[in-house]
Design a protein around this ligand. Structure first.
Ligand SMILES: Cc1ncc(C[n+]2csc(CCOP(=O)(O)OP(=O)(O)O)c2C)c(N)n1
Ligand SMILES: [Mg+2]
Length: 797
């Protein structure tokens, strides 16, 4: 290298460090200003990354395009260092701007500090993820980012083997690293330990950094972590002669060169060797305390507060730059000045953006209200409402709505006040808000036609044990879609506990058909992370009752991902499980109400047989929404005809099926109950009752064509039979039928739900008989309803 070249490279080196200092200070200034915005009432709540800047600058240097982040609310500096967040974006998120052009992370749906990049374009199609920095969308529950991180990392391993049309958008030969961050206190969560163990077993390219500031809000390390030291206690995970494991690094939060070395090394190990790495960053601080609710002076000692001041990573970084002759104090002062200016300008620009919608709406509604004020006798009474709306300083959208709705109530009954314009305004503006706050709960991709279906064909078909239908259908799916894979407890070697995957592992390999440890939450996390990187995972949960272990992550992460990013990310994970009419407290197969009410955003499908189930899998792989499919555990040995168009036929989603036509009463049920109900229907026929039996098939979405009400128009009587507790799925179905379908208009008797006892079902056949609705219960309940209608024709039993 010539002297000139050396000089240039030294200048570049210096420039880069100056830039790093600037970014760290910009991030800090945003935090400080952000806190003030909350305290002065312009923003609702703020949580910031102050005291954790420097490690994130180092991390960003090791983070490559195609890599994924799964982190938490302290990572603003990292996002800034990558160029994924500027001061305007920081403040649009703080103010909760809903326009994704200006707040691309969450469109104002999440509180600030919940970072994301966009994996989908405006039409919902994947962008090239290998050509951008990727941050999976954060969630607030502590350690909730961990299960997804596992899946994001595993995807790289899968892409080393799996290729398909379009897969080059997701991975370059599996070369990507998934980087996680977590606070020291959050490592106390089970999800953290479950993920750490699973990643060690799977040996995936995952780097997990612990940002250790010795606190979790006010609770110190002595209450959080054994020996108060997470890397110390995880030493057993370190790789050594006894086996594969982790590399574990410890580094101080203010040591710039050491941080850069550590993150670079960690990235190399994970990327090149597919060995997971943990980086314990010690000595982080919280100069502003935990969040805008409360101050840390309340719970930190004077000594600790002083220590945090002295060990502030930006202060120490600046001192180091001066000591090394990399910057003068004047240069640092200038960088601080520039950063402050950018933060201030960003804040101002963001506030202007934020105010656009509320101001526009107020400007629209005020003239309408003023017009009404002049009319009739009551118009004048809206004067105060108008004045109040005019007087609001930091106007919000709701102010205009409240005024408009109040005005309509005030002028009610006065025909001389023309309310047409106001009502039109309300209708149009409500639709606008609907898009702003309620879009993208489900995929809005126009190609998602849920109701179209290809029927199963049966020329020359023979009867088989129903598990064969499932198995042979999966075989076709794995052949047809190289991006599909399945994993779960006992799913691999033995082909699941009911052999619906028999032989699949030997045919498609251990990567695509895999056994997993007993760890439902991270099985779900694998499903989420893999799906976010373009694969089509089928995450298998062995029995429905154990879904509860994964329900939190399903509810908080999987079901919300599309909604919380306003369509910017998706995870079309298929969750496969088996349940319905099982026996016992923890093998009930029935907690449906708990499930459906916590995973809105996913489809919940309850096929009564294996052909229906297979048809759902076939359908789901044509769609891009996550779904839960609950197969009937007692259905695998039933006989079913083996369709000849395996992998092709589909079950429509959101459509009920009439299993028996009748005229006296409509009986709605689903899953394994269909078979008991069919027997009940046969016996009721002998008693002179004609039952129309309907299989719901799909709980979310339920009966989108409103076929149940068509049946009610004929029978005028409704009974819902459910194996769940009272107020569970039966209440959900009843509300749909009565409210959404207006079913109450056609009833000439009170609708009835037949459900289980409130306790968990007791064990064995007798426990089942006395806990869940039996055939006898169904027959008697329905007969009693008929008796009430016509005691002569149906004399009391
Ligand atoms: C499951 C869950 N429990 C509680 C909270 C409330 N909470 C938010 S942050 C936090 C402390 C986290 O501390 P730590 O992991 O050390 O991160 P730090 O804020 O110190 O960076 C708590 C208890 C939460 N968000 N989620
Ligand atoms: Mg902490």
């Amino acid at each position: 290298m010539t002297d000139k070249q050396k000089e240039i490279s030294y200048l570049d080196f210096k420039k880069e460090i100056h830039q790093d200092y600037y970014t760290a200070v910009l991030s800090r200034e945003c935090s400080l200003m952000g806190r003030r915005e909350v305290l002065t009432g312009k923003a609702k709540f703020g949580i910031f990354g102050a005291g954790k800047e420097l490690a994130q600058i180092a991390w960003a240097k090791a983070f490559q395009k195609g890599d994924f982040r799964s982190g938490y609310y302290r990572d603003q500096t990292f996002m800034m260092a990558l160029g994924e967040l500027d001061s305007v974006g920081f403040f649009t998120s703080l103010y909760a701007v809903t326009d994704v052009e200006h707040e691309p992370m969450a469109g104002g749906r999440q509180m600030n500090g919940h970072f994301a990049t966009r994996s989908l374009d405006k039409d919902g199609n994947w962008v090239d993820l290998t050509n951008q920095y990727n941050s999976s969308s954060d969630i607030s529950p502590t350690a909730g980012q961990m299960p997804r991180l596992l899946g994001l990392a595993q995807a790289s391993k899968v892409f080393k083997e799996v290729k398909f049309e379009g897969s080059e958008k997701f991975s370059k030969e599996g070369n990507e690293v998934a980087w996680g961050t977590i606070g020291n206190a959050s490592t106390s969560e089970g999800l953290f330990f479950e993920t750490i163990n699973a990643a060690g077993v799977l040996q995936v390219p995952m780097v997990i950094s612990v940002w250790d500031d010795e606190y979790g809000i006010s609770v110190g390390a002595e209450y959080q972590t054994t020996k108060e030291d997470i890397s110390e206690i995880l030493k057993g995970f370190q790789r050594d002669e006894k086996g594969k494991g982790y590399d574990i690094f410890v580094v101080e939060a203010w040591d710039y060169p050491a941080l850069i070395n550590t993150f670079t090394k960690a990235g190399q190990v994970a990327r090149e060797e597919h060995v997971p790495v943990m980086i314990h960053v010690k000595g982080m601080t919280q100069p502003q305390g935990h969040s805008t609710s409360g101050s840390h002076e309340r719970y930190k000692s004077k000594e600790r507060l002083q220590w945090e001041k002295d060990h502030d990573c930006i202060l120490k970084f600046g001192q180091w730059m001066i000591e090394q002759g990399i910057a003068t104090q004047e240069e640092l002062d200038q960088l601080v000045k520039d950063a402050k200016k950018s933060a201030r300008e960003g804040k101002k620009a963001a506030w202007t953006i934020y105010q656009e919608v509320p101001k526009r709406l107020r400007n629209e509604v005020l003239p309408i209200l003023k017009g009404m004020q002049q009319q009739g006798e009551k118009g004048i009474f809206i004067t105060n409402t108008i004045k109040e709306l005019e007087a609001v300083e930091d106007v919000e959208v709701a102010h205009s709505f409240k005024a408009a709705r109040k005005a309509l109530r005030i002028v009610r009954g006065d025909d001389r006040v023309d309310t047409t314009a106001l009502k039109n305004w309300l209708a149009a503006s409500t639709a606008e808000q609907e898009r702003r706050y309620s879009s993208h709960l489900y995929s809005e991709n126009p190609s998602n036609d849920l109701l179209s279906a290809t029927p199963a064909t049966y020329e020359g078909a023979s009867e088989v044990d129903a598990r064969i239908v499932i198995r042979d259908n999966f075989d076709k799916l794995f052949e047809k879609y190289p991006q599909t894979m399945v994993f779960g407890e006992d799913s691999g070697k033995i082909g699941d506990v009911n052999q619906g995957l028999e032989g699949m592992q030997s045919k498609y390999g251990e990567t695509r058909v895999a056994d997993a440890g007993i760890r439902e939450a991270t099985i779900m996390g694998q499903g989420i992370g893999l799906a976010m990187r373009g694969l089509r995972p089928i995450a298998e949960i062995q029995y429905l009752d154990y879904l509860l272990y994964a329900l939190q992550i399903m509810s908080d992460d999987l079901a919300t991902v599309h909604y919380r990013t306003v369509g910017g990310q998706k995870a079309p994970t298929i969750v496969r499980t088996r349940g319905h009419r099982l026996e016992g407290i923890w093998h009930s197969g029935s907690p449906m109400g708990t499930i459906i009410n916590s995973i809105k955003g996913m489809y919940v499908l309850v096929p009564r047989n294996m052909t229906k189930a297979a048809g759902f899998y076939n359908k789901l792989l044509q769609l891009d929404n996550p779904a839960l499919v609950i197969e009937c555990l007692n259905g695998y040995r039933r006989k079913e005809l083996l369709p000849t168009n395996l992998g092709e036929f589909t079950t429509p989603i959101g459509e009920v099926e009439v299993l028996n036509e009748g005229t006296d009463i409509t009986m709605l049920t689903y899953g394994s109950n269909c078979f008991i109900a069919e027997a009940a229907v046969a016996e009721l026929a002998e008693l002179g009752v004609s039952v129309e039996l309907i299989d719901a098939q799909s709980l979310i979405p339920f009966d989108t064509k409103h076929d149940v009400v068509v049946s009610l128009k004929k029978t005028n009587t409704l009974v819902i039979v459910d194996e769940d507790v009272r107020g569970g799925a039966s209440a959900f179905l009843l509300q749909h039928i009565l409210e959404d379908q207006g079913g109450y208009q056609y009833l000439d008797a009170a609708p009835k739900t037949v459900s289980s006892k409130d306790h968990r079902p007791a064990f064995a056949s007798d426990g089942d008989y006395f806990s869940k609705p039996s055939l006898d219960d169904m027959v008697e309940e329905i007969y009693a309803m008929m008796n009430e209608k016509d005691p002569i024709k149906f004399p009391a039993l």
